[in-house]
Design a protein around this ligand. Structure first.
Ligand code: GRG
Length: 286
């Protein structure tokens, strides 16, 4: 599935010989050839729950990955996290330059919404409009970008666990939730209970993703992660490891996994791939 996603992204990104070539090359550099593709995989797995057509989920999967990559490119810039390594290669502004990286992020965000408007994702156009709205809300100031603002504001400040959770629900959780909910909405209409169960799964696994990310940042090497390890402690950032210690953070990730899995019970075997992904998110080493 990951290699199929690579082909989909190759195809949906502007070709590198189309003007402006340098911007298109940089967009392709940032998106292609790296990353775990967790969000696209979640969209495909959620689409299995509702019997979604693969061609529809592909567009949603590409859209959420483009928003995600835009956030990584901007996050790595000197005005934010100032990092030089991402997905095992130089960050976009290091490989190209800062203005180009800024435009890469801007253009990927626009392209994501262009794709969601351009291709048929649902039989009912109003349902499709709601999907576009959902992704916009998840990405903006009351979702991912807002979470980033809270994060930037929190550096060096003591946060409570509740405040930390609030930040992550926005910064990482919102887009993970959008990946699951939009993937599912590409298929047959699900009843309110099923949508609520899926949403609960997405929220729990989104938080688990972040708890594990904090553990890996504290315990893994830069080579394994493909991005600079140990930055949280170096920058005095509040994390689940700094607030709880590693063992408690591990136990919390397991609790979240258990809760997430339980919410999939109603879907039986249709949620098999979502369960596999939940395991991947919690047990991953990179
Ligand atoms: C700049 C608007 C704006 C938002 C930035 C998501 C984010 C907000 C910044 C990314 C920096 C970061 C370390 C976030 C916490 C966890 C996270 C989202 C890690 C990266 O996601 P992965 O592990 O990355 O899915 P890959 O490279 O595998 O896609």
């Amino acid at each position: 599935m990951q290699s199929h996603m690579e082909e989909v992204l190759q195809h949906l990104l502007p070709a590198s010989d189309i003007a402006p070539q340098r911007l298109h090359q940089a967009m392709r550099y940032a998106v292609l050839g790296g990353g775990k593709r967790v969000r696209p995989l979640l969209a495909f797995a959620a689409g299995e729950v509702s019997g979604a057509q693969q061609s529809r989920v592909e567009v949603v999967a590409a859209g959420v990955e483009m928003i995600h990559v835009y956030s990584l490119v901007h996050d790595d810039m000197p005005c934010m996290d100032d990092d030089s390594l991402r997905r095992g290669k130089p960050t976009c502004h290091v490989e190209y330059d800062e203005p180009t990286a800024l435009l890469v992020g801007d253009s990927l965000q626009s392209l994501a919404f262009q794709l969601l408007a351009e291709f048929r994702l649902a039989d009912d156009p109003l349902e499709q409009l709601e999907m576009v709205r959902f992704l916009a809300a998840a990405s903006g100031s009351r979702g991912m970008a807002g979470g980033q603002a809270i994060d930037l504001d929190a550096v060096g400040k003591p946060l409570t666990l509740t405040e930390l959770e609030f930040m992550h629900i926005h910064k990482t959780g919102a887009l993970i939730r959008a990946s699951v909910m939009l993937g599912a909405r590409c298929g047959d209409r699900l009843d309110a209970t099923s949508l609520e169960r899926l949403d609960h799964f997405a929220k729990r696994i989104g938080l688990a993703f972040q708890v594990v990310d904090d553990i890996l940042d504290a315990e893994s090497s830069t080579a394994t992660l493909g991005k600079t390890a140990g930055k949280d402690a170096e920058q005095n950032k509040p994390t689940y490891v700094s607030l709880m210690d590693v063992e408690k953070a591990r136990a919390f990730a397991q609790e979240l996994r258990f809760d997430a899995m339980e919410s999939l019970d109603v879907f039986g075997d249709k949620a098999r791939r979502l369960r596999e992904l939940a395991d991947f998110i919690v047990f991953r080493q990179f």
